[in-house]
Structure formats: structure tokens, C-alpha cells
Design a protein around this ligand. Structure first.
Ligand code: CA
Length: 367
């Protein structure tokens, strides 16, 4: 009776520690709850990208038994999509999800953490982040903005895009109006193309009406959903401009550091898990969607000619050097990336590539 009176006096929550010690039961300590907001750069319900952010929040809630509750807002629901980085940086929200190339205007060095034309694939990027010092560099790049990044997903190799005309040589880029963002866009511009930036919702009609001659998007799963096969005759591969685009989750530094260590570890672990989940979803979904595009919609799948790719690759090297020269951090990241790529590339040529070559006849396109 005496103890019950004491508990009543102590109140709930405010004197939780005292209460707990009074009843000598440490497991009933009322643990602090964190109600966070996440903003993303993605439209609502965009498969794997937005649904991956939502899944991240759900898994965090599950793993922390509700100690961290993240409310997710798609692009535009709380802040405009491209204000995601700022909102995390200034503490408007505790976390965000997007892709690092969107922040090139803040710091050019961030582009290497999303997609590098003719760069690493998903496996290579993950190796760089987790085992080759890439994530440390990424943290260094975001540190001045009070943002902590984590890889949260990977699209795998994207598709080259949808074209209304055949692409036979590098010259065919001259005057070509193409929707292609990021460093890939800079390469297309260097080849003489006109890069057009369009919101996702305007791409289909622009392509259908010939306002643009070509567009890239993601891979078969997302491209099929956009219906591009109804607007352009040629579907080119491979996606040289985005060979393994990394998606990110980022935390406001103060918010992240205010968490106890176990919760920080859970955020990191769930980010890593979501990264694996995302790539798996892309691989499985793209495989199925490609079959549907070929067999049901009779899409004309084309490989970019070798000399066209060689020309783009040369231009990409020049574009990357130019970007790297923009500031010392970009130079540092570019050099580190290049060094790592060379190192795993030699290994890749005797492992992944050699293996794929051996079983190539099993994977021939069945049109
Ligand atoms: Ca893309």
C-alpha cells in the first residue's frame, strides 16, 4: 500500500527511474521514445524507392519496439522533394531519404556517392562503402552540413533509356533532346545533346509528343510502370550513366547523436538491411518486367554500339575530371573512387565477368 502511494506520487514517466529503483525492477523503466519525421525526394508509393523508405521506418519501429517512431513524408508532402537535404541539415526533420547526386549544388563531391558514369556496379559500390573507406569519405563530405549518410538501397545497373530513333554512333547525340539528369546528363551534353530536365509526371507526354527525343528513367520495373514503351520504339542498354545507383538515408547529426548507442546501431543495421532488400527487389522486379516488355509489349531491345559507348566513356572521364577540379573534396573523393575501382575491377574481370562469360549462352535474350 505504501509503495502504491509512492508510485502515485512519483507520477508516470517524469520520475520513471526513481519508480523503477523503488520497485527494484529495471526492466520496467519507461524508455525514452523518439518521434521522428522523415522526408524523401520520391513521389508517394514509388516502388522500392519510396516504399523502401517506408519499410525502413517500419523496420526501425519493429527493431526498437517502438522506441523510434518515424513518420515518413513523400516528396512535397512536408517539404519540396529537392529540399530534403536542407530539411535534414537544418533540423526541420530528423532524417531523409534520396540519392546523393541531387545535392551536387551544395557540394560537387556528393555525386560519387550516388552514380558515376562507367563507375562501379552495386556490388562494387557496396564494397567501396562498407569495406573500402567510401562511407567514411561520404560522412566527411556531409559533416559540414550536420548530416550523417548511410547507403539505403541500390538500383543495380539501370537501362540506357528510351529513344525515338536508332542510336548508331556518337554523332547521333548531336541535337538529341534527352531527359537525363546528373553526371550522365553532363556527358550527353558533352556529346552534343540537349539535356532537358522534367518532373517525373511530364516525361511520358513529352516523349510521346516528341518534345524530347529520348529519356532514361530507372530499369524495366519502373520503366514499364511509366508506359514508355508506348511513346518510343527503341529501348537501349546498358545504363552506362547509372551502373549501380546508391540510394541514401541521412540523419540530422544532433538527432542521431542524441540517441543511445543501441538505437544508433539499430538505425545503421536497418539501413544496411534495407540496402540489401532494395537491390533484391530491383533484381527480381527488373527480371520479371523485362520479360513482360519483350514478350507482351514487343519492345525492341537494343544494345548501344561499342564505339558509341567508347566515345561516351572518354567524354565521361573528361566530365569527371572537370567535376573533380571544382573543389578539393571532390578531387579527394574522385581519386579514392578511381583507385578503388581499378583495384576491384581487376578482380571483377577474373571473377564476375569471367563467370558471366562462361554461362552467357544461358542468358541470351529470348525475343
Ligand atoms: Ca536513372
Amino acid at each position: 500500500m505504501k509503495r502504491r502511494e509512492f508510485l502515485k506520487k512519483a507520477g508516470v514517466g517524469a520520475a520513471a527511474a526513481v519508480t523503477a529503483s523503488a520497485v527494484n525492477a529495471p526492466y520496467v523503466i519507461a524508455q525514452k521514445k523518439y518521434n521522428w519525421k522523415m522526408v524523401t525526394t520520391w513521389p508517394p508509393n514509388l516502388p522500392v524507392l519510396q516504399t523502401g523508405a517506408v519499410r525502413f521506418a517500419e523496420r526501425v519501429k519493429e527493431a526498437t519496439e517502438g522506441r523510434i517512431n518515424i513518420q515518413v513524408f513523400a516528396g512535397g508532402e512536408l517539404v519540396p522533394p529537392l529540399n530534403t537535404f536542407d530539411a535534414v541539415s537544418d533540423g526541420t526533420v530528423e532524417c531523409g531519404s534520396g540519392a546523393a547526386y541531387y545535392w551536387a549544388g551544395k557540394t560537387p563531391a556528393c555525386q560519387w556517392f550516388a552514380a558515376v558514369p562507367f563507375g562501379l556496379n552495386a556490388q562494387g559500390n557496396n564494397a567501396w562503402f562498407y569495406s573500402g573507406g567510401g562511407l567514411k569519405l561520404w560522412e566527411e563530405v556531409y559533416a559540414p552540413f550536420n548530416v550523417i549518410p548511410r547507403p539505403q538501397g541500390n538500383t543495380g545497373v539501370q537501362m540506357g533509356g528510351w529513344f525515338r530513333k536508332e542510336m548508331n554512333s556518337l554523332d547521333d547525340y548531336k541535337g538529341l533532346k534527352m531527359r537525363i539528369p546528373g553526371l550522365g546528363g553532363k556527358v550527353v551534353a558533352a556529346a552534343g545533346g540537349t539535356v532537358v530536365l522534367l518532373p517525373g509526371g511530364e516525361i511520358f507526354t513529352s516523349l510521346e509528343r516528341g518534345v524530347i527525343d529520348a529519356t532514361e528513367w530507372v530499369g524495366p520495373m519502373h520503366d514499364l510502370r511509366m508506359g514508355f514503351y508506348k511513346a518510343a520504339d527503341y529501348y537501349y542498354y546498358p545504363g552506362w550513366h547509372e551502373p549501380g545507383t546508391t540510394l541514401e538515408v541521412m540523419f540530422n547529426k544532433k538527432a542521431y547523436e542524441s540517441l543511445p548507442k543501441d538505437l544508433q546501431a539499430i538505425l545503421d543495421a536497418v539501413a544496411m538491411e534495407t540496402n540489401m532488400w532494395s537491390l533484391s527487389e530491383f533484381e527480381a522486379g527488373n527480371g520479371a518486367a523485362l520479360q513482360e516488355l519483350i514478350t507482351k509489349h514487343k519492345v525492341d531491345l537494343k544494345r548501344f554500339p561499342e564505339d558509341l559507348l567508347a566515345g561516351l566513356r572518354k567524354l565521361a572521364q573528361e566530365v569527371l575530371e572537370e567535376e573533380a577540379n571544382k573543389d578539393p573534396m571532390a578531387r579527394k573523393v574522385h581519386d579514392a573512387f578511381k583507385k578503388f575501382k581499378a583495384q576491384v575491377g581487376v578482380w571483377g574481370s577474373v571473377s564476375e565477368k569471367a563467370y558471366y562469360d562462361v554461362i552467357a549462352d544461358e542468358y541470351k535474350l529470348k525475343m
